[in-house]
Design a protein around this ligand. Structure first.
Ligand SMILES: NC(=O)c1ccc[n+]([C@@H]2O[C@H](COP(=O)([O-])OP(=O)(O)OC[C@H]3O[C@@H](n4cnc5c(N)ncnc54)[C@H](O)[C@@H]3O)[C@@H](O)[C@H]2O)c1
Ligand SMILES: O=P(O)(O)OC[C@@H](O)[C@@H](O)[C@H](O)[C@H](O)CO
Length: 396
């Protein structure tokens, strides 16, 4: 019988990176999404185009052999499906994690009812440090009976993964060819942690990696921080694509120094050596400066409230720097540029600017970054971001 994977979150990563590798490995896919409109379109079309841009060319793949369900409309069916698939992948933003934890709990109950014997692993593709750990905590809080707790311990894996491929907004030409299309960079590997329950998956593209929590923190707090810094400064300079920003010398200087600070803190906290840090930095710069995949500055700076929150790409590594006695000067500058990201199409940016207007920038920094005025290091970080903000805003 054909193996099946459920993919919760049918956006750029779910329908791009994940659907590409699982469908090539012969899996039937069950897409799950909050957008009933997207689900209906996926089902009525029965296929969509995946554009994969590599160094030399853009290839096309048609993805079919899937079904799609809407969280809003088909919840019971979704739990039924989750309780019988071979594996589940989750490609969502962090604010959707409580809803996934709830689906895991309901799936556990259903697996017990149908006496499912084989383990079920949920693999997470989320740009947020410690995602798997957070989801485990959410799930464990909702399991009450001994049967549920034992079933969870013996049969359910909650696994961290690294999302190595990018998913970008399709070009108008791609959309004209197929309005349901997805555009992705290339790649054949999914690095995962070793929290799998039961036999380890034997697909070639699943590669086990050590220190996965540290590697995810490194990806988001160094790689995505670098990406966001080039994008938000690029936005202030009027660039459209991140590749333009990454080749601007002023932006390069700030982003590179912010990277050095972030990698210092992360190296100390998660035991990465200098060679590993250098290798990571070269890899990111190479990708951002030379990529043929055109990533919009708007996409990379999107949702500043999330990106400026305490455990995300600026404040997370900045607090680590302070913990190890380094001043996060350039991280604070990157954060200040993001505080100035004004984009009326982005609801989070609108909310941020409205807070600056009504509460002032000083209070907004305390609130958005969730820093405490009573802790010396946090007070210093607040001062740094504020000083950069005032200087950049004045020059604007
Ligand atoms: N796009 C990239 O290049 C990239 C790369 C690495 C990591 N990531 C991370 O991958 C995750 C997914 O990103 P994406 O680019 O695919 O986003 P996306 O916006 O393209 O897709 C997200 C999808 O999730 C759906 N959704 C929202 N809330 C939901 C819920 N509660 N339940 C089910 N579906 C829900 C949306 O309708 C949308 O279809 C994010 O954490 C992102 O940071 C993205
Ligand atoms: O997905 P976000 O909003 O957390 O971050 C935006 C981009 O930095 C991100 O999607 C990257 O393109 C991706 O992580 C590939 O490196």
């Amino acid at each position: 019988m054909k193996k099946t994977v459920a993919i919760i979150g049918s956006g750029k990563i779910g329908r791009g990176y994940l659907a590409d590798l699982f469908s090539a490995a012969g899996y039937h896919i069950t897409f799950i999404d909050i957008s009933t409109d997207l689900v209906d379109k996926l089902n009525s079309r029965g296929q969509y185009t995946l554009f994969i841009t590599g160094k030399a060319e853009t290839k096309k793949r048609i993805i079919k052999d899937y079904e799609a369900y809407s969280i809003e409309r088909d919840f019971t069916t979704i739990i039924e499906k989750l309780s019988i698939v071979d594996m589940v992948c989750v490609a969502l933003y962090p604010n959707a994690l409580p809803s996934v934890a709830n689906q895991i709990v309901e799936t556990i109950k259903r697996c017990i009812e149908i006496s499912r014997k084989n383990p079920l692993n949920f693999i997470f593709f989320v740009n947020k440090a410690l995602t798997a750990r957070r989801v485990k905590e959410m799930v464990e809080k909702q399991l009450h009976t001994e049967t549920e707790i034992n079933y969870y311990k013996d049969n359910i894996g909650i696994v961290e993964a690294l999302t190595l491929r990018g998913g970008v907004n399709p070009t108008p030409k791609m959309l004209k060819e197929d309005p349901l299309c997805v555009s992705s960079s290339e790649g054949t590997v999914i690095p995962v942690g070793d929290e799998f329950v039961g036999p380890k998956p034997d697909m070639e593209f699943i590669q086990f990696t050590d220190r996965v929590e540290g590697r995810l923190a490194e990806k988001v707090w160094c790689g995505n921080m670098l990406h966001c810094t080039i994008a938000s400064i690029g936005w202030s300079k009027g660039y459209k694509y991140t590749v333009e920003c990454a080749n601007d010398p002023y932006i390069q200087n700030i982003a590179d120094q912010a990277y050095n600070e972030a990698s210092f803190g992360i190296g100390k906290e998660f035991n990465f050596n200098t060679e590993e840090i250098k290798e990571g930095k070269n890899k990111y710069w190479n990708f951002f400066m030379k990529s043929n995949v055109l990533d919009d500055v708007e996409h990379v700076s999107a949702d500043p409230l999330r990106k400026l929150s305490r455990d995300d790409r600026y404040i997370g590594p900045a607090l680590l720097c302070l913990k190890y006695n380094k001043l996060p000067y350039f991280l604070a500058r990157g954060a200040a540029y993001l505080f100035l990201f004004e984009n009326e199409k982005d609801p989070s940016a609108l909310k941020l600017q409205s807070s600056v207007k009504s509460n002032g920038i000083e209070q907004t920094i305390w609130d958005v970054c969730d820093l405490s005025p009573n802790i010396k290091e946090e007070q210093m970080l607040h001062q740094l971001i504020l000083a950069h903000y005032k200087e950049i805003a004045f020059r604007k």
